[in-house]
Design a protein around this ligand. Structure first.
Ligand SMILES: [Zn+2]
Length: 81
């Protein structure tokens, strides 16, 4: 995930897919745990990276609450982040 990749994600208007994504970051781990797509689909960046407790996303590694970070709209799965 780089800034240049984020900047190019809007350059393909031919695709009709629009995925609203939200990055979930764990502060204690200092890492991105995964993403939420369209406010409902949870996609960890590594297996077990996110676990849900009472609807709240938590870090699968240390159990801390995950914070929402960058967000945006991608036109493909690859454009997320
Ligand atoms: Zn963590």
């Amino acid at each position: 995930m780089t800034l240049s990749a984020a900047a190019t994600q809007f350059e393909e208007p031919r695709e009709r897919i629009r995925i609203a994504w939200l990055e979930l970051t764990c502060l204690p781990c200092g890492e991105v745990a995964g993403y939420i797509e369209d406010e409902r689909l949870v996609r960890p960046v590594y297996p077990g990276g996110i676990r849900l407790e009472r609807g709240k996303p938590r870090c699968g590694r240390c159990g801390a609450l995950l914070f929402g970070g960058w967000r945006g709209v991608a036109t493909s799965r690859e454009g997320i982040g």
